[in-house]
Design a protein around this ligand. Structure first.
Ligand SMILES: Nc1ncnc2c1ncn2[C@@H]1O[C@H](COP(=O)(O)OP(=O)(O)O)[C@@H](O)[C@H]1O
Ligand SMILES: [Mg+2]
Ligand SMILES: [Zn+2]
Length: 560
């Protein structure tokens, strides 16, 4: 039967343990000087060598011919430990032996001197699983342990250990294994197994193991079984269900060149081939980070990001079409997506909405203000009312008044009333009739509405609303209109909880209780809301008023 690589290649000597140099050095020194502690705490992420180091340590302290702090693995003592025939080494899994009774057994056994070793070693794995009572019972033993006893607690969650136990232990924090260290170990194992490797294949395995060497070896195992003594990059990508570098380059270039349609198409084919969105998202983020470093560091970036010549050339080509501010903006959005994905049930929607956001241009405070004004001008032009100066004053006044503090003031002073309104409206569902002035106000305060959603941590709702095409008033109801591609947004936002939530936020911000409906453009057409025409009309006039470049920017945003 096939024995898992990570078991087969559990290091037998300290020198085979990769990473964790400071820990290994200290442990070896203690063994050489005979200065052994009675309780150790090995903490850190899983798969980083805690159990491995504990087992080597148990042999090293008992070895009859230790060399430079290493066990010889050949003497009587080492052999009896290696083949599990000794009664002096205890491996206890606290996950299943965590009761006070279990600890009582340990305390009993501690009383007796070792049968044929120098030290009795108790390796207590998953130590945080010990019950509080058990930990306290154990405390007495480790406060005054017999000379011949060593406890090694291993845990991924040292913060769950009781402090009195922690403080009795010499503590070592096992670090995540770096990509280079993992590659080194995998290279060694592959050469032992007679497997030929592609360097990129090892990199991609290491990068997908989150610092846990055990995970890397499990993946390597699967890949070797699949590839028949040859480890190919493509096979690893296939097996991991991850993206290959071409796909990442392609998607990144779509984002940089504002090609929403192409990006969505790539995401679709990616998902239909059954691959993992979270992995795609993190690979994309890493790629963008590399592009940022290229932009910032020029040719010296090559060493920092350690990529092949070919990849580096492609990166240089990608960044010709962008600048560092834009890439940083994209990175920010991608890290937000990354966070949201963790908790999302509909990961695809979150990812798509996020990607569309990356393709939209930035608006810094100035541009944002400008955009507000552009929107306002559009409305003026639409309404055919050209008394611009009078309107403009009104707009500025209101905008002033609607600064954050003022809104807060108002909402505070109206709080009592608002709560009353809410409870009464819940019963009767009585909405106020929306007027065109109300619509204008909502449009002006739209960002405040979105901000409130952010405060409420309603990120998915907010993210979807960011993609709305327009707002309209019709028969006294507020319509939020989406492009045809956003059927999922319509569906999700029309869901009972979400639409009520949107209504409640609108009410919080504009202090009126409106009915809100989410529809698609085609549906808007059906009830005679002519959207396209109005916006086109506005655009021509706008070009005469504002920088055409800004309009172009808006174009690329609205295209999809
Ligand atoms: N630092 C390391 N050096 C070499 N191999 C390691 C290391 N960490 C983990 N491994 C590999 O992963 C397997 C599991 O490691 P283990 O020591 O049980 O991890 P932990 O106890 O930290 O969860 C080992 O058998 C070994 O193959
Ligand atoms: Mg372990
Ligand atoms: Zn030995």
């Amino acid at each position: 039967m096939h024995k898992a690589l990570y078991r087969e290649y559990r290091p037998q000597k300290f020198s085979d343990v990769v990473g964790q140099e400071h820990i290994i050095r200290t442990l070896k020194n203690e063994i050489m000087s005979g200065n052994i502690a009675h309780a150790y705490m090995f903490s850190g992420t899983r798969g980083t060598g805690k159990t491995t180091a504990a087992k080597i340590f148990a042999r090293a302290v008992n070895c009859l011919n230790p060399k430079d702090g290493e066990p010889c693995n050949e003497c009587e003592s080492c052999k009896s430990i290696l083949n599990d025939s000794t009664v002096d080494i205890f491996e206890i899994d606290a996950a299943s032996n965590n009761s006070v009774d279990d600890v009582r057994e340990i305390r009993e056994s501690v009383k007796y001197t070792p049968a044929n070793s120098k030290y009795k070693v108790y390796i207590i794995d998953e130590a945080h699983m010990l019950s509080k009572g058990a930990s306290n019972a154990l405390l007495k033993t480790i406060e005054e342990p017999p000379e011949y006893v060593v406890f090694i607690f291993a845990t991924t969650e040292p913060n769950k250990m009781i402090p009195t136990v922690l403080s009795r232990c010499q503590r070592f924090d096992f670090k995540r294994i770096t990509v280079e260290e993992m590659k080194e170990r995998m290279r060694y194992i592959c050469s032992k197994e007679g497997v030929e490797v592609e360097e990129d294949a090892l990199s991609v395995i290491a990068r997908n193991s989150q610092g846990a060497l055990r995970d890397a070896l499990s993946i390597l195992d699967r890949c070797i079984l699949f590839g028949d003594k040859y480890l190919r990059y493509e096979d690893v990508v296939e097996i991991l269900g991850i993206v290959n570098i071409d796909e990442i380059f392609g998607l990144a270039d779509d984002i940089i060149t504002h090609n929403v349609a192409a990006a969505l198409k790539k995401i679709d084919s990616f998902i239909s081939s059954g691959k993992d969105i979270e992995i795609l998202s993190s690979e994309l983020l890493e790629h963008m980070r590399n592009l940022m470093i290229c932009l910032a560091a020029g040719d010296s970036a090559k060493e920092i990001i350690s990529v092949s010549d070919d990849e580096f050339d492609r990166m240089k080509k990608s960044i010709e079409n962008t600048d560092i501010d834009n890439v940083i903006r994209i990175i920010n959005i991608l890290s937000e997506i990354q966070n949201n994905l963790k908790y999302a049930t509909d990961k695809r929607t979150i990812f798509e909405v996020g990607i569309i956001k990356t393709i939209k241009p930035t608006y810094d405070t100035n541009k944002e203000a400008l955009e507000e004004r552009v929107k306002y001008l559009e409305k003026v032009i639409e309404s055919g009312n050209i008394t611009v100066s009078a309107r403009k004053t009104e707009f500025l006044d209101e905008a002033d008044m609607d600064s954050e503090e003022d809104v807060e003031e108002i909402s505070k002073s109206k709080k009592t009333k608002a709560t009353k309104d809410k409870s009464s409206s819940k019963k009767s569902k009585k909405y106020e009739e929306m007027k065109s002035e109300d619509l204008k106000k909502i449009e002006r305060l739209w960002d405040k509405i979105l901000d409130k959603m952010k405060q409420d941590r309603k990120m998915p709702v907010r993210a979807m609303l960011l993609e709305k095409k327009s707002l309209k008033e019709h028969n006294g109801v507020l319509y939020i209109i989406f492009g045809e591609k956003f059927a999922f947004a319509k569906k999700s936002l029309s869901d009972h909880g979400n639409s009520e939530y949107i209504e409640s936020v609108v009410k919080d911000i504009v202090h009126k209780n409106f009915s809100v409906k989410v529809i698609l453009e085609s549906e808007a057409d059906m009830i005679n809301m002519d959207i396209e025409k109005e916006e086109d009309k506005g655009e021509e006039l706008l070009k005469q008023v504002v920088d055409p470049e800004l309009i172009e920017v808006r174009d690329s945003m609205d295209e999809e």
